[in-house]
Design a protein around this ligand. Structure first.
Ligand code: ATP
Length: 193
């Protein structure tokens, strides 16, 4: 079973995913770190990325994400080509995993059909923007302007909630344990349908 969990910055998706891992035996697949590993190590992906972005985005086994991001976001066509190299490779990697209870954590899940489509169900973690802003500022020690800019670039909570099979509101009125338990109840309901 592959379950996607998404949510905007500061929504609490990592916190809830970790609780599902600790209490209910899920394995977390973090798309960001795995994409970086695949870009750096995969025998087909790495040469394709070198060809697209330039060999100098790699220094041995280090992938210079800052330089890569500069080149990717400077040109829409490069962004689309990069996505078409990396996203299917990540989807293949997920499918190779074969774990029984795999939790795919990604802030961009619904922006990446290659990955959203292989999920058996998806969870959206939502919270009011002002609460997300406060949490992210506290966690990252950055300004409210910077966090607001990131919130505005991401898909809205409303849109995520419309796409999700299961929605959890992490606005602080429920404990993380309660939210995790609610998710398990909802997952089990869907498995017995
Ligand atoms: P990002 O996309 O930025 O990684 P995220 O959705 O993974 O965000 P978390 O890192 O899980 O969010 O949570 C953001 C911060 O808010 C963390 O410091 C976390 O401990 C805190 N947090 C999450 N949920 C709650 C809650 N219900 N009450 C208080 N603090 C919370």
């Amino acid at each position: 079973m592959i379950i996607g969990i998404t949510g905007g910055i500061g929504s609490g998706k990592s916190t809830i995913a970790r609780r599902l891992e600790q209490k209910y035996g899920f394995t977390i697949y973090d798309t960001d770190s795995n994409a970086k590993r695949i870009i750096t190590q995969d025998k087909e992906v790495r040469p394709a990325v070198e060809h697209l972005l330039g060999k100098d985005v790699f220094d041995g086994n280090n992938y210079n994400t800052r330089l890569a991001a500069q080149r990717i976001f400077a040109d829409k066509d490069i962004l689309l080509r990069m996505n078409s190299i990396v996203h299917p490779a990540v989807a293949q990697d997920i499918l190779r995993h074969g774990e029984d209870k795999l939790l795919i954590e990604s802030a961009l899940l619904y922006d990446v059909p290659a990955i959203a489509d292989i999920c058996d169900m998806t969870i959206a973690v939502i919270a009011p923007d002002d609460i997300r802003l406060k949490r992210a500022m506290k966690r990252d020690g950055v300004s409210s302007e910077e966090i607001s800019a990131r919130i505005n670039k991401q898909m809205s909570s409303d849109k995520m909630a419309k796409r999700a099979d299961i929605v959890v509101n992490n606005d602080g009125n429920n404990t993380i344990d309660e939210l995790a338990k609610h998710i398990i109840t909802e997952v089990n309901k869907r498995l017995t349908i």
